[in-house]
Design a protein around this ligand. Structure first.
Ligand SMILES: [Zn+2]
Length: 336
């Protein structure tokens, strides 16, 4: 049922190619799903850490492993692929043959082409991950985007379970989103969900060259930086700003309010455009739900009349969401 939920309802010509490229068994025809061992590895390649999970067919985690992400540099895509293949090999050695695996990476990711188009932090351009992975692994392997995988996992097992129209917002060093509309993940050739660089009207410059970007006011690093700039006191992170909001610090309250205002603009547009029913907020900030969920909902609702009010909820899967979504890809249950 989940596979149907997240798979495109109509198959455009390019995605027919994707199915054979993205879920590949080297050296033979694709395995019949019924014959595949019900163990799947999910690998989430982050800027500093690779998170790996081994799950059964229902998403129960059998084992979890972590290791450092290879440092950017020459042949980074090959080295990341090698690290992912090693982790998958370790799971197979410990638990027996796997039915499939999925690998997700950050940046702009074109799932249909199987390419990591661009990662600022890891430094690749047009890295052919689907091909590299299918060459390195002898099991069906899927490839995708970390935030879309996180959104898919929250819809599969987490806070948006059973919801056909959801928006997952990952709030971290950066800020981006994954939209599921009518049960389909929206990929836009890899460009969907980049709401961090949507103009929400504050006018301050962003590293991307534009002004007013949501990420400047509402990413975890943006909140910490803006508080430091405004108050002259440096803080370790957005969680410290949250604590200062609770303590009644006026600078923290203003900075936090700007973040809420910006997020509310993004959520409202998702509601207008896609009829989003549930908004899942992920990342460290979701640890302060009392300062985030109701205040955003109030701001969102001020801009809605006859539209249905979205539920604003905290992510349920923590920093495992991307790896769980990658495992879902390995089952063939997620398409862009
Ligand atoms: Zn920007």
């Amino acid at each position: 049922m989940l596979g149907r939920l997240l798979r495109p309802t109509a198959t455009p010509p390019r995605s027919r190619k994707l199915v054979s490229t993205n879920v590949t068994q080297t050296g033979g025809a694709p395995l019949d799903p019924a014959d595949r061992p019900a163990r799947f590895a999910g690998i989430d390649v982050g800027g500093t850490t690779i998170k790996a999970v081994l799950v059964d067919g229902s998403g129960t985690v059998l084992e979890e492993r972590r290791r450092a992400t290879p440092r950017p540099g020459e042949r980074i895509a090959e080295r990341v692929t090698g690290a992912a293949a090693e982790l998958i090999g370790e799971f197979a050695a410990a638990h027996g043959p796997l039915g499939g695996a999925g690998v997700v990476v950050p940046g702009v990711v074109d799932e249909l082409a199987g390419v990591g188009v661009y990662s600022k932090n890891l430094g690749w351009h047009d890295a052919p991950f689907a091909r590299l992975l299918s060459e390195a692994l002898e099991i069906p392997v899927g490839f995708g985007h970390d935030v879309r995988a996180g959104g898919a996992a929250e819809a599969w097992l987490g806070a948006a379970r059973g919801v056909r129209n959801s928006l997952f917002i990952a709030i971290g060093t950066g800020l981006s989103a994954a939209a599921i509309a009518d049960g389909r993940m929206v990929s836009g050739d890899g460009y969907a969900g980049e709401i961090g660089h949507a103009d929400v009207g504050h006018g301050e410059p962003c590293g991307c060259g534009l002004r007013g970007c949501l990420e400047v006011v509402a990413s975890a690093s943006g909140i910490a930086n803006r508080y430091s700039a405004r108050s002259g006191r440096s803080v370790g992170g957005a969680d410290e700003v949250a604590a200062l909001v609770r303590a009644g610090d006026p600078d923290a309250t203003v900075v936090w309010g700007d973040a809420l205002d910006g997020l509310a603009v993004a959520v409202r547009w998702s509601v207008y455009l896609l009829g989003t029913e549930t908004v899942v907020l992920g990342g460290g900030l979701a640890q302060a739900p009392d300062l985030l969920l109701d205040p955003i909902a109030e701001r969102v609702n001020e801009g809605l009349s006859y539209q249905r009010r979205p539920h604003i909820v905290a992510a349920a899967l923590g920093d495992r969401a991307g790896a769980l979504g990658a495992a879902l890809l390995g089952m063939g249950g997620l398409s862009g």
